[in-house]
Each structure stands twice: as structure tokens, then as C-alpha cells.
Design a protein around this ligand. Structure first.
Ligand SMILES: NC(=O)c1ccc[n+]([C@@H]2O[C@H](COP(=O)([O-])OP(=O)(O)OC[C@H]3O[C@@H](n4cnc5c(N)ncnc54)[C@H](O)[C@@H]3O)[C@@H](O)[C@H]2O)c1
Length: 311
């Protein structure tokens, strides 16, 4: 943890610059941290915000709520996408690419935590497939538009992965147990699987930052934030209810929690490839999260898995 280190002071209303002309895509933007980011961006008037969601009805209601908080309507478009289906991710990426010729901020925010054992539609372990593989494919398919944006004048392309301090629960000593990524057999338990998926996001950011120096990439932990994330966690319903009640009293409210990812999307002092614990404190990943060989190995595995998906 970041004990003893001082968080960066970041106030979205003060520190997000005007976003004129910028195009932003937020996954999981209908609720929780993602919705808060959409609201904060909307206040700074970008050209377009794309809110990627697997539930259009919930997202429409969320957008109505956001618009009510603004002095005038912001340009927010919905993009249907289920991260647990690579076909759905592919469709979303091609819809986006057909309609937008730039992408300045890609906020890979959606996620699930401690879900019961299961597989995505393509046969990946449910949390790994949703949190990591789906986002890795989305970014891969959006590379042409990201690269085009980065080559333009005054470009500042940001890619942010919502990881977690929970990456410390990734399996030891391996970090990534490649034999568990395509099976329902629950060798790691719900938090081990969550930790593994969140470690993968940190490692992907490290490797991608090396390969694509024209972008600024970061992975972040938002803090322990009051959202719906616990609602789908597996375990004893009573324990989860009690934990949820305790958490609701002590955890960070969502407007505070969203600050780290907002900071990572605009601040000048973000170091590409780094993992940040709130807010703006780098260097806090576990040894696995700093393991460059593991990052390379995971990148190779991911490229092989997604090679049928052209950019
Ligand atoms: N809340 C915390 O304390 C905390 C701590 C560490 C990390 N995080 C991370 O922050 C991110 C946002 O979480 P949150 O706390 O706002 O939780 P949340 O449950 O409020 O929001 C999660 C979002 O992800 C979306 N999502 C889930 N599965 C999806 C799928 N298959 N396809 C598309 N979208 C899907 C949900 O619809 C929702 O919009 C997650 O990646 C989470 O792991 C949160």
C-alpha cells in the first residue's frame, strides 16, 4: 500500500482542462466509477463521449441523470458492448470506428469482482475474460483510430485500465497461472481469479506502453469505493451483506474514488506504463506487477489468443 506517500491533490472541476474537440470512450459508464467519469468529462465539454454498456436501458437512464446535472446537454452516445463476448466487443469496436475518426481517452473501466466460477462466451475464465481479455481486444481493435489520433497536432492519447490493489491476490508464486485462464475449475478461488485478472491489466499496460510510446498508458487502483462492485461477489450472502454494510460506512464515495482515473486521463506527470494507487502515487504494484518478463509472456499469450481479430 501507499502508506506514508502523499496523494496528488486533484479536483476534477478545477484540474480537468477544457476537453474541446476530444473524443472519449468509457466502458461500464452507466454506473459507479465509470458513470462518475462520464459526468466529470461532460462538465468539460468534449466533442463526444461514448458510454459503452451491456445494458442500454440502464445506460439511457444513467445518461438522463447525468444530463440533469449539466447546464446544457452534453454529447453522450451509447455503445452496446458485452465484454464477456468477443463478438460483441468486435461489433462495438466497428460501430465506434465507423462513426468516429478520433479517440483521445480510452477508459477501460468496466469490471466484475469475485464472480462465481464461470466462463465467458469464448471460454475464458469469467473474470479474466471480462476484465482483461475483452478490454485487450477492444484496445487492439481501436488501435488504428488511436494511432491516427496520436499522429495529429497537439495529440495526447490516454489509455487507462482500472486495475485494483486486489492484484496482490494473484496466485503465488506464478502471478499468472496460464493453466487456469480457460477453465471453470476454480483452482484460485474468487479473489485469486479477480487478482489474476487485475494483475493482467497492470502487465498489459506496462508492455503496451513499451510498444506504443505515442500513447500515455496507466493502470490504477481507485481506492475502496462505494459502488455496486460487491453486489455480484460470491460467498456467504450474510457475510457479503455485513461486509457491504461496513464498507458503505468506511469506504470512499464515488466522486472521490473517480479522481485517480480522471487524473490518469489528463495529468501531465503520468508516467506511461505505471500503476498508480490513489491518487497519482506510482511504484506501488507488487513484484509481479513490475515483472517485465511476465508482462512480455502475457502479451504473447494475448496476441495469440486474439490473432483472429484483425485491427
Ligand atoms: N469500487 C471499488 O472499490 C474498486 C476497487 C478496485 C478496483 N475497482 C475497479 O473499478 C472498476 C469499476 O468498478 P465499480 O466499482 O464502478 O463497479 P460497478 O459494479 O459499479 O461498475 C462496474 C461496471 O462494469 C460493467 N460490466 C460488468 N460486466 C460487464 C460486461 N460483461 N460487459 C460490459 N460491462 C460490464 C457494469 O455494467 C458496470 O457498468 C472495475 O474494473 C473494478 O474492478 C473498483
Amino acid at each position: 500500500m501507499n502508506i506514508g506517500k502523499k496523494s496528488v491533490s486533484f479536483k476534477p472541476e478545477r484540474d480537468i482542462p477544457p476537453l474541446d474537440g476530444k473524443v472519449i470512450l468509457v466502458t461500464g459508464g452507466n454506473i459507479g466509477l465509470g458513470k462518475q467519469c462520464v459526468l466529470e468529462y461532460a462538465r468539460h465539454r468534449p466533442a463526444q463521449i461514448w458510454l459503452a454498456t451491456r445494458n442500454l436501458d440502464k445506460a439511457k437512464a444513467a445518461v438522463e441523470g447525468i444530463q440533469k446535472q449539466l447546464p446544457s446537454p452534453a454529447p453522450i452516445k451509447l455503445l452496446e458492448m458485452d465484454l464477456s463476448s468477443l463478438e460483441s466487443v468486435k461489433k462495438a469496436a466497428s460501430t465506434f470506428s465507423a462513426e468516429s475518426d478520433r479517440l483521445d481517452i480510452l477508459m477501460l473501466n468496466a469490471g466484475i469482482m469475485a464472480a462465481p466460477p464461470g466462463l465467458t462466451k469464448d471460454g475464458y475464465e469469467l473474470q479474466f475474460g471480462t476484465n482483461y481479455v475483452g478490454h485487450a481486444l477492444l484496445a487492439k481493435l481501436l488501435l488504428p483510430v488511436l494511432e491516427k489520433t496520436a499522429s495529429g497536432p497537439g495529440a495526447d492519447v490516454r489509455i487507462i485500465m482500472l486495475s485494483s490493489h486486489g492484484h496482490m491476490y494473484a496466485p503465488k508464486p506464478e502471478g499468472i497461472r496460464f493453466d487456469t485462464l480457460k477453465t471453470k475449475a476454480d483452482a484460485l478461488g474468487p479473489y485469486g481469479r479477480y487478482g489474476q485478472s487485475k494483475l493482467a491489466m497492470i502487465l498489459w499496460v506496462r508492455q503496451m506502453a513499451k510498444l506504443y510510446p505515442q500513447f500515455t498508458l496507466s493502470s490504477i487502483h481507485p481506492g475502496v469505493v462505494r459502488t455496486n462492485l460487491m453486489n455480484n461477489a460470491t460467498g456467504s450472502p450474510l457475510v457479503i451483506r455485513i461486509l457491504g454494510k461496513i464498507a458503505n460506512r468506511v469506504v470512499t464515495p464515488v466522486d472521490q474514488g473517480a479522481r485517480n482515473q480522471l487524473w490518469a486521463s489528463v495529468a501531465k506527470d503520468v508516467k506511461s506504463g505505471e500503476y498508480y494507487e490513489p491518487v497519482g502515487i506510482g511504484g506501488t504494484a507488487t513484484d509481479h506487477g513490475k515483472d517485465e518478463d511476465l508482462a512480455k509472456e502475457l502479451w504473447g499469450w494475448t496476441e495469440k489468443e486474439l490473432e483472429g481479430y484483425a485491427t
